[in-house]
Design a protein around this ligand. Structure first.
Ligand SMILES: [Mg+2]
Length: 240
């Protein structure tokens, strides 16, 4: 486990290691792309973004779409939501179809499956809290025999990219859906947006950084601890 820092700016919070945060939790929220799998391992995100840009060109938005982000399909969806919201539904539909195809060749993150199973075994419901589509997440979980282990899937709000993380909507939905207190939950995510959404929702957060370069940014954004291996979470759960 790598522990690069502790957020001590919130009153009343003691510095805790990732293992302590996991053991103290009553429910676990997992970001999908990163902690559970690499969604675009087999079908690159840049190819998906190109597909979406073609769709925009077909709808007469080609010249405008030159200003849209190139490689990240979720950023492109956000751009559409901001500048051409009347097309957000069509883009979301196309992205959902692409993601649902992409998860068939997604790369499972090491130890993610055993983390999910150990959480359930130790009485902690697991929710997926993601900017990806719920349909794609469901498909992945079914393909990997994990559907029955997951208590709740919160994918992105349809055609409403303003509610993508860092907006706290998805985290708040998970807390309400699991019927737990926010501060009894720990979220594990690999992006700054995950940490920011958790912080606003009052959920404790662990950063997952497979490369070490993201750790400081995750800490800065509110991660109380940073791990580089999901096996750390499994080991903590096995000790409860
Ligand atoms: Mg992620």
């Amino acid at each position: 486990m790598v522990r690069v820092g502790v957020d001590d700016t919130r009153p009343g919070l003691q510095a805790m290691t990732a293992a302590e945060l996991v053991r103290a939790s009553k429910a676990i929220l997992l970001d999908f792309d990163g902690p559970v799998c690499g969604v675009f391992a087999g079908r690159p995100a840049s190819a998906v973004a190109s597909q979406l840009r073609r769709l925009l060109a077909d709808r007469g938005l080609g010249p405008m779409a030159e200003f849209a982000p190139n490689r990240d399909p979720l950023k492109l969806l956000s751009w559409i939501g901001e500048h051409h919201p009347q097309h957000a539904g069509a883009v979301d539909d196309a992205l959902t179809a692409e993601e649902t195809r992409a998860v068939e060749s997604a790369k499972p993150t090491a130890h993610a499956d055993v983390v999910i199973k150990a959480a359930v075994r130790t009485g902690r419901p697991v929710a997926i809290v993601s900017n990806n589509s719920g349909a794609a997440i469901s498909r992945y979980l079914a393909l990997h025999g994990l559907a029955d282990e997951i208590a709740l899937i919160v994918g992105r709000a349809y055609a409403d990219p303003g509610r993508l993380k860092p907006h706290p909507w998805a985290v708040e939905q998970a807390v309400q859906g699991l019927d737990v207190r926010a501060d009894d939950c720990v979220l594990i995510g690999d992006s700054v947006a995950d940490m920011q959404a958790s912080r606003v929702a009052g959920v404790r957060a662990i950063g997952f950084s497979k490369g070490d370069f993201r750790g400081p940014a995750l800490t800065e954004a509110g991660a109380e601890a940073v791990i580089d291996d999901m096996g750390t979470v499994e080991a903590a759960l096995e000790q409860t």
